[in-house]
Design a protein around this ligand. Structure first.
Ligand code: A3P
Length: 259
C-alpha cells in the first residue's frame, strides 16, 4: 500500500529485460530508464506493488491502458524513449515499418528459418523474434524468485477478445474495488479492438502502432512456428496444470492440432 491507499502499477520493465535487470542489476534505481518513467511520487525506497510483464504481442499496452483507468492505481509515466518489449511476427512488422534493413531485405520466413551460419544481424533478428515466445522458460525463472500465488497469468487472447472478463479476474487477484469494464470499454469495429468508451458515440483506441494492419503470416511460417514451439507449448501447458491455472484455448488448440 502506498500513501493514499493507492497501489502502484509499473510497466517499466518487460519480459526478458526484467530478468536481466533482476540478475545483473538488482537495484532498479541504478537504471536511469526506470527513473524516467516513474510517476511523480515514486522514490527509490519503494518498489512497485505490481509489475506487468508482457512478452511479445500479448497486449501489454492494452492492459496497461485499462489498468491505468482504475482509480486505485497509479501508472508509470508514458515515455517516448521507453524500451519496448520484443514481438514476433509483430516485432518484425514493427521494425520493417521503421525501415530496418534486415527486415526490409529478408522475408519473415527467411528470418525465422535462418540457420546458425547466417550473418549475425539475421541471427539476432531471428532470436529476437523467436525467443520471447518460450513462455514456460520465462515463467519458470519468475517462479524461482516468486511464489505462484504472487503471479497472475493473463491470457493475451482473452484480453483481446473479452477484455472485461480478463480485467475482472485481474482486479480480483489485485484485491481492487471492482470496476465494470463492460461499461468502460467498447468494441470499435474500425479499429478491430476494444477501446475506451469516451461517450455513447466515441471511443479512444490505442495508437496506430498497436493493432497494426499487415498481411497475415504465410502458411509455411505458421507451420514452422507451430512445430518450433511444440516443446515450449507442451512445457507451458504442463506448467499451467502444475500451478492449477487454466490452460488457454489457444494453447489447447495448438497442442491438439499437432498430433
Ligand atoms: P499488433 O499491433 O501486432 O496487432 P504490446 O502492447 O504488448 O506490444 O502488444 C501489442 C498487441 O496488442 C497488438 O499487436 C494487438 O494485437 C494487441 N492488442 C490486444 N488488445 C488490444 C487493444 N484493445 N487495442 C490494440 N491492440 C491490442
Amino acid at each position: 500500500r502506498y500513501p493514499g491507499g493507492r497501489q502502484r502499477l509499473d510497466r517499466s520493465i518487460q519480459g526478458g529485460e526484467l530478468f536481466q535487470t533482476v540478475i545483473n542489476n538488482p537495484n532498479p534505481c541504478d537504471d536511469i530508464r526506470h527513473k524516467r518513467i516513474w510517476s511523480k511520487n515514486k522514490w527509490c525506497g519503494t518498489l512497485p506493488k505490481v509489475l506487468v510483464i508482457g512478452p511479445q504481442k500479448t497486449g501489454s499496452t492494452a492492459l496497461y491502458t485499462f489498468l491505468a483507468m482504475h482509480p486505485s492505481l497509479v501508472p508509470n509515466l508514458p515515455s517516448p524513449t521507453t524500451y519496448e518489449e520484443l514481438q514476433a511476427y509483430s516485432w518484425y512488422q514493427h521494425i520493417r515499418s521503421h525501415g530496418d534493413p534486415i527486415a526490409k531485405n529478408y522475408t519473415f520466413h527467411t528470418v525465422i528459418t535462418t540457420n546458425d551460419s547466417a550473418p549475425k544481424p539475421l541471427r539476432d533478428l531471428r532470436n529476437r523474434c523467436l525467443n520471447p515466445g518460450k513462455y514456460s522458460h520465462f515463467l519458470e525463472r519468475w517462479l524461482a524468485e516468486y511464489s505462484p500465488h504472487q503471479l497472475h497469468i493473463l491470457d493475451g487472447a482473452l484480453l483481446r477478445a473479452e477484455p472485461a472478463t480478463a480485467m475482472h479476474a485481474l482486479q480480483k487477484f489485485l484485491k481492487l474495488p471492482a470496476l465494470d469494464y463492460n461499461k468502460l470499454l467498447k468494441y470499435d469495429p474500425k479499429k478491430g479492438f476494444f477501446c475506451q468508451a469516451v461517450s455513447n458515440e466515441r471511443t479512444k483506441c490505442l495508437g496506430k502502432s498497436k493493432g497494426r494492419i499487415y498481411p497475415p503470416m504465410e502458411e509455411r511460417s505458421a507451420k514452422f512456428l507451430k512445430r518450433y514451439y511444440t516443446p515450449h507449448n507442451t512445457a507451458l501447458s504442463k506448467l499451467l496444470v502444475r500451478l492449477g491455472r487454466p490452460v488457454p484455448q489457444w494453447l489447447k488448440d495448438e497442442l491438439s492440432s499437432n498430433g
